[in-house]
Design a protein around this ligand. Sequence first.
Ligand SMILES: [Mg+2]
Length: 153
Amino acid sequence: MSDRVLFLDIDGTLRPHGCRPADGPWAEARDGVCPDRVALINALADIPGLSVVVSSAWRSDVGTMGALFRQGLAIPLHPAWRTTLDVPPRPGIRVRGWQVERWLAAHPAVRRYAMLDDEDEFPQRLRPRLVRTDPFVGVTPGHVEALARLLGG
Ligand SMILES: [Mg+2]
């Protein structure tokens, strides 16, 4: 049973700006995840009960799942693999945090979670669980260590 969740952003984490295709249609770019960054987060695959929930804008396309695994992702996706596409009912609410909290409310069995994201769209109460990347660099070994501390044990 999955009781630990990594909320995964993609642009700026697994696909830093330095890895973007210089040209080509967006549909091709979707598979442009950097395999070396995927390999880094695969170090988390040993954590028992860990699964991924996609919080990225990529989640609007079900092809996201295939793209992630074609690039070597070794952590399973949660059966409820993405956060809601709904947006907050009124302005002033941090969108991604609201979406993560809605997902968590629907999955009370989750004991540990963390977010990997290059932007801070989260309320203060979620920030201790946020591992934030530089969008030009993406995820680094240091970020993976921080995620392992939040998700392991
Ligand atoms: Mg991003």
